[in-house]
Design a protein around this ligand. Structure first.
Ligand code: C5P
Ligand code: C5P
Ligand code: ZN
Length: 455
């Protein structure tokens, strides 16, 4: 930790000498919050800041960035492409949590300091640590936590751990955040409880998931209020007693269905509340906030996500909420598509090919969600076509990682063998490969994952 903080101060020293800075960041929730943290910290330090969002950093993108002739601060990406960056850009720093290709002095990255970048520190929490070295930026802790939750860094244990937990602790101590032991379902702030349960598919709740009547009856059978004074009650409107009843009944159902204890722990873990945000809005709960952000930049509307992070509660916020409807529809259609086309199992992996029916920018989210019904003993590989070729998203489980699976390493090998590029984390990785090479890619990946499981 000491070494990481020391590096943060060194990088802050480098930034302090620059006047014009280009922040380059990723289009997901972690990337948007990282970019917003960097932008705000630099603006407060009186710098001239520009920001650029990228889907991925291939060598053409790196060349375009180099053409801007500005000092560059890469956030939530860069470490996986550090060789290309070093070749093309002379003045830059990186705050990222992806597995670094090589170690350099200008990267603040948990992996370099002995931490895991898939659950101990996100792009946003890494960037926040640097922001604090630049100036008084403690209030940006809420964005840091939204980013970490957006990257599912709390999903292994149902709570943030490692250095993320230190960052959270600061936010709690300074009165910006509350960490609450609570059911970890989506929509606690904004959805009627019966809808929240109906829309929960991970884990699948028999008789409740996808079943409005069933969900309603479940609540009624427990004596939990569904409606009062002509309005549907949300989770936050229920009494502690009602919440306890629902939670223990869900736990009982899962135990009776032989769900592993670790999965149950993840469901009744922690929720993170942004204390300065209005109760009952997407912005109040880190999980809902991060989904709102994913609904923006992944659809090319990064300005909207950035504006919301920087405090827009008017036009930008309204636009984000309408994009969220669209995002939810797309995720639900994505899951329906998998149901139709099926998941094909190979020896060590399983896959589905969405063609152009799922956007390449959300295929990774859908791949992760598919674990609610896919075989949890094999990594899920998903393909979606885009204009550059085929986007690959891969997801594993914590148990698979503990058994030796490292998706970033496996994907990198398989992608490079077929003329593509890839990387990421042990538990989640991605690549772009040339069209038509999917079968060859799968064959290699199946073999490499098999080898990882043997070692
Ligand atoms: O590019 P980036 O690192 O931000 O993406 C991380 C991805 O890894 C997220 O999309 C997240 O869904 C996935 N992930 C996961 N399970 C974890 C940690 C991350 O699926 N435990
Ligand atoms: O796009 P997706 O969410 O599947 O990405 C999973 C992880 O793999 C992310 O951390 C992402 O940054 C990384 N990735 C990568 N190179 C790619 C595609 C994704 O390093 N070409
Ligand atoms: Zn990230």
């Amino acid at each position: 930790m000491k070494d990481l903080v020391k590096r943060a101060f060194e990088l802050a020293g480098i930034l302090s000498k620059e006047d014009e800075i280009l922040v380059v960041t990723h289009i997901d929730a972690d990337g948007i919050t990282s970019g917003a943290i960097a932008w705000r910290a630099l603006e407060r330090a009186g710098k001239d800041v520009r920001i650029r969002f990228v889907k991925s950093l291939d060598k053409y993108e790196v060349e375009r960035i180099a053409d801007e002739n500005r000092f560059v601060w890469f956030t939530d990406l860069g470490s996986g492409q550090i060789n290309d960056i070093c070749k093309n850009i002379s003045d830059f720093i990186v705050t990222d949590h992806h597995v670094p290709e090589i170690i350099t002095d200008n990267q603040l990255n948990p992996h370099i300091f002995g931490y895991d970048g898939s659950y101990e520190l996100s792009g946003s929490t890494t960037t926040y640590i640097l922001a604090k070295s630049i100036g008084l930026n403690h209030d940006l802790v809420t964005l840091a936590i939204v980013g970490a939750v957006g990257d599912l860094q709390d999903s292994n244990y149902g709570m943030l751990v490692g250095l993320n937990r230190n960052v959270l602790g600061e936010g709690v101590a300074n009165g910006y955040l509350e960490a609450k032991k609570d059911l970890r379902f989506f929509g606690k702030q904004t959805r009627p409880v019966f809808k929240m349960l109906e829309y929960t598919f991970d884990p699948y709740l028999p008789g409740i998931s996808g079943n409005e009547r069933g969900s309603m009856e479940f609540l009624e059978s427990l004596g939990v209020r569904v409606r009062e004074n002509d309005s549907w009650l949300r989770w936050i409107d229920l009494s502690d007693e009602e919440k306890r009843k629902v939670t223990s009944e869900i736990v009982r159902i899962l135990i009776s269905r032989n769900y592993p204890y670790s999965l149950i722990m993840r469901i009744v873990g922690e929720s993170y509340i942004l204390l300065d945000e209005e109760v009952g809005t997407e912005l109040r709960d880190a999980m809902e906030f991060s989904t709102l952000l994913n609904a923006t930049a992944r659809y090319g509307e990064e300005d909207v996500g950035l504006a919301v992070c920087l405090g827009d509660r008017g036009e930008g916020y309204r636009r984000a909420k309408s994009l969220l409807q669209n995002h939810r529809r797309n995720l639900s259609n994505g899951l329906k598509l998998i149901d139709e086309i099926g998941i094909v199992e190979l020896e060590n992996i399983q896959y589905f090919h969405a063609g152009r029916k799922i956007l390449d920018t959300i295929i990774g989210i859908v791949a992760g969600m598919s674990y609610s019904f896919a075989n949890r003993n094999k990594p899920v590989i998903a393909f979606a076509e885009n204009d550059d070729g085929v986007k690959v998203s891969a997801r594993a489980t914590k148990t698979l990682v503990e058994r030796g699976v490292h998706l970033a390493q496996a994907i990198k090998i398989a992608a490079e063998k077929v003329g593509g590029t890839g990387g990421g984390h042990s538990i989640a990785a991605g690549a772009t490969i040339p069209r038509g090479t999917e079968d060859e890619f799968l064959r290699i990946l199946d073999r490499v994952v098999g080898e990882q499981l043997l070692n």
